[in-house]
Design a binder for this molecule. Structure first.
Ligand SMILES: [Zn+2]
Length: 162
């Protein structure tokens, strides 16, 4: 009621990978890990390690991590964070070590290759965790988003409460 952050915004995100089709293994409000403000509206998409990850929307790279080899220390693993023109950010998590091709401050266009998918951080199998966030005060908050075409999911894991 009255909070625009709770409704998907107009922008439709391109699939941030090459290949597939892949399926959502955990959707918004997923019980495994998609709760809490930063990740509530994330989607996990299962894909083989090494799948090319591309920008779902144009923007400027604001942060990357490329050197983590396993689960620790960052639960996000290796990642790329891209700031969009409207102030939202797309975040691509659990990437393969050493695969990130973009640097902080770099402008990227939609479809530009960012990295390869992986299984780093708090990840129980090879997948991409893609989330759109915005800054609310000093905190990051996940916001709902939509892809520009349908994606199928595994119903048992796709979760919860739309
Ligand atoms: Zn996830």
């Amino acid at each position: 009621m009255g909070d625009p952050g709770r409704r998907p915004q107009g922008f439709r995100y391109a699939f941030p990978w090459v290949g597939g089709p892949f399926r959502v293994t955990q959707g918004p409000n997923g019980r495994v890990s998609h709760f809490g403000p930063k990740g509530r509206y994330a989607m996990d998409i299962a894909m083989p390690e090494g799948t090319p990850i591309i920008a779902a929307r144009e923007g400027v790279v604001v942060k990357t991590q490329n050197s983590q080899s396993g689960r620790e220390p960052n639960p996000s693993g290796n990642f790329v964070r891209i700031l969009h023109a409207d102030g939202t950010m797309g975040v691509y998590l659990h990437l393969m070590r050493g695969s990130v091709l973009v640097t902080e401050g770099q402008r990227v266009r939609q479809g530009q290759t960012l990295a390869k998918s992986g299984n780093t951080g708090n990840s129980t199998g090879p997948h991409l965790h893609f989330v759109v966030q915005r800054n609310v005060g000093l905190a990051l908050e996940s916001i709902p988003y939509r892809f520009d075409r349908p994606i199928s999911g595994l119903p048992d894991f796709t979760a919860g409460n739309p």
